[in-house]
Design a protein around this ligand. Structure first.
Ligand code: RIB
Length: 307
């Protein structure tokens, strides 16, 4: 099973002609309120991709809390370990321009109260895959990584948004997933060279003996193994409308595929398709594909290339 430890937000999505520059006000015609948060998005992506999922995190007691969890509940995600705290539910203000580029600002609110101690000990062990991101207090992530590893739990860390990660924690995760900027940031923190995102990922993998997966937008994705070498896949050919949640769809789809026992190259293809399909609708959670939708597009992606 999959346990996602992370953030839940409500996203205020505003379509704009262009993204505001510092000090600039831009007008949009209206807004949509959708559920979001990297943790919740990844939990929902994994559930839609066929996995049994528990979500651990925090929401407020405000009316937005119900918006934040409605899609997770509808998908059958176990929400019994969510904390209800005094701060308001997390909220993300998201502008998307005509080209599909975005600006995201997150008011963390309740997410700042998420604690590793919310994770029931009984959920940790070799049958569980814990999925984490970086929108909750980071020391709680590091504590959970230690506790999870001590019980043989498989661990996937998505270093989004980028922040410093202790080398000790990186060495304990089984899969690190990063986008191009995050790859370079993590490599810089580790003091390994990062001429480009692929080289950064390769060097992080070697330095930490962890499998590092880097998403490369229109160029697909690549997995670098700690012992050297790896696999890559091209991107599905699509016309993106809105990329919000695409990374989360990749992570959730990858986690579900690994949890189902698929090997790394095939899981990478599932993830790449999941990420691409999430770019075809506006909003993070409304765009996350089902397993059937992912499998239907599999023939369009060649087998992963070994390098
Ligand atoms: O990755 C997309 C997510 O980032 C949005 O749903 C928003 O809530 C922010 O957390």
């Amino acid at each position: 099973m999959i346990v996602v430890f992370g953030s839940l937000n409500v996203d205020v999505m505003i379509a704009v002609h262009h993204l505001p520059l510092p000090g600039e006000t831009v007008l949009g015609p209206g807004y949509e309120l959708t559920a979001g948060g990297k943790g919740a998005n990844q939990a929902l992506a994994a559930a839609r991709a066929g996995a049994r999922v528990t979500m651990i995190g925090s929401i407020g007691t405000d009316p937005l809390a119900e918006t934040a969890i409605a899609d997770l509940r509808a998908a059958g995600v176990d929400l019994s370990h969510l904390a209800k705290v005094g701060d308001p539910t997390g909220l993300a203000a998201i502008c998307v321009d005509k080209a599909g580029e975005n600006h995201v600002v997150v008011a963390s609110g309740a997410n700042r109260h998420t604690r590793a101690s919310q994770m029931p000990a009984a959920l940790l062990g070799p049958d569980t895959l814990v999925v984490m991101q970086m929108e909750v207090p980071l020391e709680e992530n590091w504590a959970l990584i230690r506790a999870a590893k001590a019980k043989g739990t498989r661990i996937l860390l998505n270093a989004a948004p980028a922040a410093a990660i202790p080398a000790e924690s990186l060495g304990l995760v089984d899969w690190l997933i990063v986008n191009e900027n995050e790859a370079k940031q993590v490599a810089l923190d580790l003091q390994v060279s990062a001429k480009d995102a692929r080289q950064a990922a390769a060097n992080i993998a070697r330095a930490t003996d962890t499998t590092v997966i880097v998403t490369l937008g229109g160029a697909g994705a690549a997995a670098y193994l700690g012992k050297g070498g790896g696999f890559d896949v091209p991107a599905l050919s699509i016309k993106p409308i809105d990329t919000v949640g695409a990374g989360d769809s990749f992570v959730g789809g990858f986690a579900a595929a690994i949890d189902r026992g698929l090997d790394l190259p095939l899981a990478l293809r599932h993830a790449a398709i999941g990420g691409a399909l999430a770019c075809l609708k506006t909003g993070a959670q409304p765009s996350l594909p089902t397993l059937a939708e992912i499998e239907k597009r599999l023939p369009e992606l060649p087998a992963a290339r070994v390098f």
